[in-house]
Design a protein around this ligand. Structure first.
Ligand code: PLP
Length: 397
């Protein structure tokens, strides 16, 4: 649309939301669609967190808060990061935002000049690419392969660095692959970045609590890069708080101050009630978080086992998050009735219409051979979905 800005015209629609819309349209026609397309826990926020929000309302905690968040929350976040993540941070290093999404945009807006390159580890979370473009940066993709659990190596990072590189950006545990970078892998990457004064690390750790590998390691805890790492985290996944909108960064003070400045002109402080709820989440009992993580692990095992029965699907075993990201390229070039499958988008449309299972194709994640299956659903729905997928996929010749 010519009257719209070039910025918005150049922006891609969120692929996950597009698939969700198509599934809703079928559901509206009365079709029993199983939706495994969204990146959202299927659990309700734990009770004690909801109670803290009610209390905040009843006490009239309804005013603007400081832009970077209420002091007690920033302090609690700093303490958590020191205790669990070995980050050397204080409250002044923390900026609380309306979701990790906003935290990422703040950071990129604060650091990236037009033409600066941001190295994104692919497969990547869909929004990274568009966020870098929004900041007028240039996304540079470095691809991890299925054989290596989709993990990008330090050597690959080195090969992608140019004088224009401003930052590297990745998530661990990763959406969409479930890959978890080990201490050794992150140390090797940090050693490469540390050789260049002009490169920052943006580490998205929002799936920290959904990790089956035994250790969550924060790259920002390494002395060699602690002065140029921005650690992004939030409450949406680990505490099942997607609708509350609450995330944060920990960063060197000058970057945190810049994010405060940016946010001060856009949204101001995050929701006051949500901040009280987040404080209760951080300082309260973690039993629910552990229980949810165990459920995700059990479902991962279930899905991986069932997928083994489907010949054309190649999957790695994710170590975290709640996604399975199989390679489905064996089906490319096959057909059934009016359907011809040329890529993973076609396959997702086929599975939606033929199996009534809604998934997301890997194109938007920088992995056109893959599809993303969210395992944040009941065991019953997961079993039925994979059964239907198997039947539909076997029809493709
Ligand atoms: N980062 C990653 C890797 C995600 O998958 C998501 C949500 O899907 C976010 C950030 C955004 O989280 P929030 O709900 O805190 O904005």
């Amino acid at each position: 649309i010519p009257a719209l800005s070039e910025r918005i015209n150049a922006m891609a629609e969120s692929q996950t939301l597009e698939m969700a819309k198509k599934a809703r349209e079928l559901k509206a026609k009365g079709i029993d669609v199983i939706s495994l397309n969204l990146g959202e826990p299927d659990f309700v926020t734990p009770q004690h967190i909801r109670e803290a929000a009610k209390k905040a309302i009843d006490e009239g905690f309804t005013f603007y808060t400081p832009v970077s968040g209420i002091p007690e929350l920033r302090k609690a976040i700093a303490e958590k990061l020191k205790r669990d993540n070995n980050l050397d941070v204080k409250a002044e290093n923390i900026v609380v935002s309306t979701g990790a999404k906003q935290s990422l945009v703040n950071t990129l807006m604060a650091l990236v000049n037009p033409g600066d390159e941001v190295i994104i580890f692919a497969p990547y979370w869909v929004s990274y690419y568009e966020m870098v473009k929004m900041a007028e940066g240039v996304p540079v993709l470095v691809h991890g392969s299925l054989e290596k659990q989709f993990k990008v190596s330090a050597a690959q990072v080195r090969a992608a660095i140019t004088p224009k590189t401003k930052a590297i950006l990745f998530s661990s545990p990763c959406n969409p692959t479930g890959a978890v970078f080990s201490r050794e892998e992150l140390t090797a990457i940090a050693e490469v970045v540390a050789e260049y004064d002009h490169i920052f690390i943006i580490a998205d750790e929002i799936y920290e609590y959904i990790n089956f590998s035994g250790e969550h390691f924060s790259i920002g805890s390494l002395d060699i890069v602690k002065d140029r790492t921005i650690t992004v985290n939030g409450f949406s996944k680990g505490f099942a708080m997607t609708g509350w909108r609450m995330g944060y960064i920990a960063a060197p003070k000058w970057i945190a101050d810049a994010c405060d400045k940016m946010q001060g002109q856009v949204t101001s402080g995050a929701n006051s009630i949500t901040q009280k709820a987040a404080l209760a989440a951080l300082t309260g009992d973690m039993a629910e978080t552990k229980k949810m993580s165990e459920a995700y692990r059990r479902r991962r095992d279930l899905v991986i086992d069932l997928l083994k029965e489907i010949k054309g699907i190649k999957a790695n075993v994710p170590e975290g998050a709640f996604y399975i990201f199989p390679d489905v390229s064996d089906y490319f070039g096959k057909s059934y009735e009016n359907y011809y499958i040329k890529d993973s988008y076609d396959l997702c449309i086929y599975l939606l219409n033929e199996a009534h299972v809604s998934l997301v194709d890997g194109g938007g994640f920088g992995a056109p051979n893959c599809i993303r299956i969210s395992s944040a659903a009941s065991d019953e729905n997961l079993k039925e979905a994979i059964r239907r997928m198997k039947v539909a996929l076997e029809k493709l010749k």
